[in-house]
Every structure is written in C-alpha cells, then in structure tokens.
Design a binder for this molecule. Structure first.
Ligand code: ADP
Ligand code: MG
Ligand code: MG
Length: 255
C-alpha cells in the first residue's frame, strides 16, 4: 500500500497582477485502492492542486508538503514523480512531433521500469488495452496528441494509465467533452486499473456525472483554495441536486 499525503499546502501563481495565492492550506490523505473526488466550483483551485502534484513550474509551493510514502514529492523532478508511481495526466499534454503513441508508451514504460519491456508481452498488453478502450489499432501509429480530438486525448490518457500501471493517478476533468459512450469506456478503464492494480485515483471534477461510473470512496469540496467539506459518495449525490450555491458567498464571487 502507498500513501499520498498533502499537508497544509499553500500555492501561489505568478500573474500579470503579481503573485496570487490560489491554494490556502489543503490537507488530504489518500491510499492506493481508494478513489477520492475533488469537487468544487470553477476557479476554486482544483487544477492548481493537480498541477502542483505534477510539478508544473508555474505553481509555487509557499508552505506545506506533499509526500508519497514519506518521500518528499516536491523535491522530485517531474520524471522522478512518475518513477515514484504518480501518474499525472497533464504531464504530457503537448504534441510530440514524430513520436508515435506506441513509441511514446514504450519509452515511458522503459523510463519508469529502468529497463525495456519484453517486446512480445508489451505488444500484447498495449493491444489488449486498446481493445478494452475500443480504440482503432491505427491509433498506435499516430503522433502523440497531434490532431487528437478531446475524446482521443482522454482515451490516450487512460491507455497510458492501463499500460504504465502507476500507484496513484491524478485525473483532472477527465470527463470534460466526452459523450456518454466515451465516458463509460473511459470510466471502465479507470475501474479496470483499480481492480487489476489497486490504483489510487484522485478524480478532479466540477460535475458529478463521471461519479456515477467511478464511485468515489471520499469526496472533498474545494472552495477558494481550501477543502470546505468532506464526505462519502453521498456528498457527490447531494452536490448533484444542490450545486455549489451553498458554499458560495454572493458578496465575494470566486471568479
Ligand atoms: P479550477 O480547476 O477549480 O477551475 P484553477 O486551479 O484552474 O481552478 O484556478 C484557480 C484560480 O487560479 C483561478 O482564479 C485561476 O484564474 C487562477 N489560476 C490558475 N492557474 C493560473 C495561471 N497559470 N495563471 C494565472 N492564474 C491562474
Ligand atoms: Mg476551471
Ligand atoms: Mg480545473
């Protein structure tokens, strides 16, 4: 079992207006095998949390800590975070000209394991995962993110998850822009990874829709850079009915 611990995390971002505080003391403990949903209104800091875990250079941790099994994640390079078992979907959002999906996955796997996977088994695994995700085999020969549709990007994300087998995955708005069929396929992929490898999932979402397919064990509501309420799956059901209005002070709009 692995534990990701976020303690009193304060994060700022540099904007034209200067240094802006975004996260104002976030606390969260999650273990492999658990699914945690981070929910909240737009602009509350959900993606900032994901980018901070990912090590995006735009976000500065001013105090607090993130550890994985006691190891200081904030001291790790982006690659070291991946090797430690963190999967951050936004880590490679860019087009990688001339690098096919299949080569990209193999390079990533080799970097993670410190040795190249056996070709025969690897080819079989990738094929199987692509079949699971109902992906056209031709997709493997396309260049990473080049002309990918929103749905293809999400499936590519889950394909990475399936073949790289991380300990903990941070998925930010994985549901956005997916129709119901694609949402089901993507959710099945996440659920398969949970069942097969005891994956821990930090599922960041504004909407409750995906939580019908990936049931969270814990729900945390983030407003203005802080967790303001926590509960089980029933909290997500409540938010589906009520929205975020009761968390928002009309005198002080978040955005
Ligand atoms: P959420 O994902 O919950 O919608 P974000 O983390 O994207 O929220 O944003 C939280 C706040 O921080 C917003 O007010 C947003 O404008 C600001 N912010 C986040 N990232 C940046 C950035 N790179 N540059 C400027 N402002 C940012
Ligand atoms: Mg947003
Ligand atoms: Mg966001």
């Amino acid at each position: 079992m692995s534990v990701l611990e976020i303690r009193d995390l304060h994060v700022t971002v540099e904007t034209d207006a200067g240094t802006t505080p975004i996260l104002n003391g976030v606390n969260l403990t999650m273990r492999t095998g658990e699914t945690h949903a981070i929910m909240g209104p737009n602009g509350s800091g959900k993606s900032t949390l994901a980018y901070t875990i990912a090590g995006h250079p735009k976000y500065t941790v001013t105090s607090g800590s993130i550890t994985l099994d006691g190891e200081d994640v904030l001291e790790m390079s982006v690659d070291e975070r991946a090797r430690a078992g963190l999967f951050l979907a936004m880590q490679y959002p860019v087009e990688i000209p001339g690098v096919t999906v299949t080569n990209f996955l193999r390079t990533a796997k080799t970097a993670l394991d410190g040795e190249a996977p056996s070709i025969r088994q690897w080819t079989k695994d990738v094929k199987q995962s692509m079949t699971n995700l109902r992906m056209d085999p031709k997709f493997a020969q396309r260049n990473v993110n080049e002309g990918f549709s929103g749905g293809e990007k999400k499936r590519h994300e889950i394909l990475q998850l399936e073949v790289l087998k991380p300990k903990i995955a941070v998925l930010d708005e994985t549901d956005s822009g997916l129709d119901v069929d694609a949402l089901k396929i993507v959710s099945e992929g996440v659920n398969r990874a949970k069942a097969d490898t005891n994956l821990g999932v930090l599922l960041i979402t504004h909407y409750t829709r995906i939580l019908r397919y990936i049931r969270p064990d814990f729900v945390h509501v983030v407003v203005a850079g802080k967790i303001v309420e926590e509960g089980g799956a029933e909290l997500a059901d409540r938010l589906e009915d009520e929205g975020y209005d009761r968390f928002l002070d009309p005198a002080a709009p978040i955005e």
